[in-house]
Ligand binder design. Structure first.
Ligand SMILES: C[S@@+](CC[C@H](N)C(=O)[O-])C[C@H]1O[C@@H](n2cnc3c(N)ncnc32)[C@H](O)[C@@H]1O
Length: 208
């Protein structure tokens, strides 16, 4: 099993396979790897899948459980008339940029049922570092910024959702909704670059 398949099986499929009649929405279809996994689940558990992509992938699958909508994921007014009011699972795998992820998360969180899951793909920058196997400046920076942004959202929302990160392959974030409330992002001010920490590091070096 590839690391990607391992990630999707363990940190996505296994987390949601208990849900009966799941109503799922995914953003980003492309080759349809996630779409196939969600569709199999919807067929087994009598659910329904809504897949959104800017490109036309409507011919990729033929299932009564599948609704493909060609649109940007942030075309909110257009999508409002075409999708259900609430979801058990939301999966974001479209544009991996922190501002975009934040916009989508804040808009769709209210549509997530309590105890529902919001998955955000591609939060690890490790495969994209300069000497790593996928070497990509764009993905390294965007994924790391997205990870930090999600932490900043969580920082002011600990009572509203749980958050878990997995770093297999390009990583995935799982958010479990606790309450119907979402506070705005709060900057995380760390003491990493404080004089105290610099002195701590110097002392540790001297002691070595
Ligand atoms: C990483 S691929 C999705 C892979 C897919 N989830 C899978 O498992 O095979 C990203 C997809 O998102 C689509 N996309 C990019 N930006 C988008 C946006 N703002 N709204 C909707 N789709 C978008 C692209 O057309 C592309 O098909």
């Amino acid at each position: 099993m590839t690391n990607y398949n391992y990630k999707i099986k363990n940190f996505l499929e296994d987390q949601i396979k208990h849900i009966n009649n799941p109503i799922i929405i995914e953003f980003g279809v492309k080759e349809g790897r996630s779409t196939k996994m969600f569709l199999d689940l919807c067929e087994k558990k009598d659910g329904e899948l809504f897949s959104i992509d800017v490109n036309d992938y409507s011919k990729l699958f033929n299932s009564k459980k599948w609704n493909f909508i060609q649109s940007r994921d942030d075309n909110f007014d257009y999508l409002e008339k075409k999708i259900p009011k609430n979801f058990d699972v939301i999966y974001l795998d479209s544009l991996h940029e922190p501002n975009h992820v934040e916009k989508i998360f804040f808009y769709y969180f209210k549509k997530l049922k309590i105890n529902g899951y919001f998955f955000i793909d591609d939060i690890s920058w490790l495969p994209y570092l300069k000497n790593s196997y996928r070497n990509s400046f764009y993905c390294e920076i965007n994924n790391k910024e997205t990870f930090n942004r999600l932490l900043s959202i969580f920082y002011s929302n600990e009572d509203n959702f749980d958050i878990d990160f997995n770093f297999t392959s390009s990583g995935i974030c799982k958010i479990t909704k606790k309450r119907d409330n979402l506070n705005s992002v709060k900057e995380i001010k760390t003491r990493e670059f404080s004089l105290k920490n610099i002195l701590k590091k110097i002392c540790a070096k001297i002691k070595k």
